[in-house]
Structures are given as C-alpha cells and as structure tokens.
Design a protein around this ligand. Structure first.
Ligand SMILES: [Zn+2]
Length: 234
C-alpha cells in the first residue's frame, strides 16, 4: 500500500471522514485506520523562546530543568532581583513531567482563547519559578523572548496509541453542527510525547498578535512582535 500523503487536522477533516469513523472504525482499529490514511497529525506548541534557532535546529524537546534554572537565574540578574530565591518546590513539581515530555495540542485557537499564558509568559516552569520567587517577577517574563506558536505535523510513530483513544471517543460521542463537532473533537486536547520532536516536524511558526485575556494578571495582553529573525521579510 502506498504511503498516505494527507495530514489529520481540524482544518481539513471532512464530514465524510468524520462520519466514516463514527460508523465504520472500531476503537481498537482507530490508530491503525489513522496510520493507513494519514501520514501525520497536526499539533501546536506555544512558548516564548529567547532563541528560536534552537527550535529550528533541535526541534521541540522536553525541558532541561538545569538549563531552565540557569536561564531563570540569569533572568533574575537582568531584572536586578536580590531577594530570597527558593526553586526547590517548583523543581519537585515539574520533575518527571516537563523534563520528560513535550506537550502539544490539536486546536491552535486554544492558545488564543484558553491558554495564551504559554506565549505570554513562556513555559509553566518559568512562570511557576517566577511566581514562587516574587509575585511581581512574572511581569518581567513578558519582556523577554518572542511569543510563538509552532505548527507541527507529527508522524504517528512518535505518538503512543493510548494518546489517540480519547480522540476516537470524542468522535464517537460528538453531535450537532459540523463546526460544533470539530470543536468538540479537537479543542482542549493535549497529546503527550515522550520523545524529541524533530525540527523536520515543525512546518510553520507564527507570533500571535490577537488581543487576549491575561488570566494570570487580569486584563488583556497584546503582543506586538510580528516577526523574529527567522521570519523577518527581507
Ligand atoms: Zn518568526
């Protein structure tokens, strides 16, 4: 059988495919059906990287907590913070999670209306470190890095089949208009990858400029950095 070319995405899933799955694909065969028909699944990851070239060279990797701590200490120096620093509680909280997994979601719009904090403040590890050190420090996180959403096409061999089961359950359970169904299926869906995501999987990136609610500070936030070095028009 020739390798499929299409990518499974919220934007391109057809009504016909959706109803085909509902009627004809079993829970046990869903992962196989996906790999037989699609070469990858479209996912999104957001952050506030200081240096985007590391993403284009190394892809998306689990957080290196020691490196992140070093960046945090450098950040404290740049904002001239001289108070008490206690990182232990945050390190314990994130150990075994963000240093082991990469988290991606299936609906890009979730980064606008539900979870913009990933690109407003950067990683949850940094945000937690900042908040636990001194509450006002999180405002300074908004001054470093470039708000970015990465679009990735992940081949299915990177994904544990168990990560796809809820997707199947959502497809089976959803009703209503086609758009409602697409939202029910794709919104608020996280896939956990226990691996690096190769740079070849990153097919696009953007710097969101929508005015979004800043749930951590109250009020609104709007990014004005439209380009990074990599996408700056010449
Ligand atoms: Zn860019």
């Amino acid at each position: 059988m020739p390798k499929p070319l299409n990518v499974f995405t919220k934007d391109t899933l057809t009504r016909k495919e959706l109803f085909y799955i509902k009627k004809n694909v079993s829970r046990e065969n869903f992962a196989t059906w996906l790999t037989d028909n699609f070469r990858a699944i479209r996912c999104y990851h957001a952050g506030r990287p200081i240096d985007l070239t590391t993403y284009f060279e190394h892809g998306l990797r689990p957080n290196n907590l020691n490196q992140a701590l070093e960046s945090f200490h450098n950040f404290l120096k740049t904002v001239n913070y001289v108070g008490k620093i206690d990182v232990q509680e945050t390190v314990e909280l994130f150990k075994g999670k963000s240093d082991r997994f990469v988290y991606v979601i299936l609906d890009k719009y979730d980064f606008i209306d539900q979870a913009p904090h990933y690109w407003i403040y950067g990683s949850e590890f940094m945000l937690c470190l900042a908040q636990n050190t001194a509450y006002h420090l999180k405002d300074d996180l908004k001054k470093i890095g470039t708000p970015t959403i990465f679009t990735c096409d992940l081949p299915f061999d990177l994904i544990n089949n168990s990560e796809l089961i809820s997707l199947y359950d959502r497809i089976k359970d959803t009703n209503g208009t086609f758009n409602q169904m697409l939202n029910d299926i794709f919104s608020n869906y996280t896939i956990i990858i226990e691996n690096n995501i190769s740079p070849h999987c990153i097919i696009a990136h953007e710097h969101p400029t929508e005015r979004v609610q800043d749930f951590h500070a109250g009020g609104y936030y709007q990014n004005s950095m439209v380009y990074c070095e990599a996408c700056q028009p010449s």
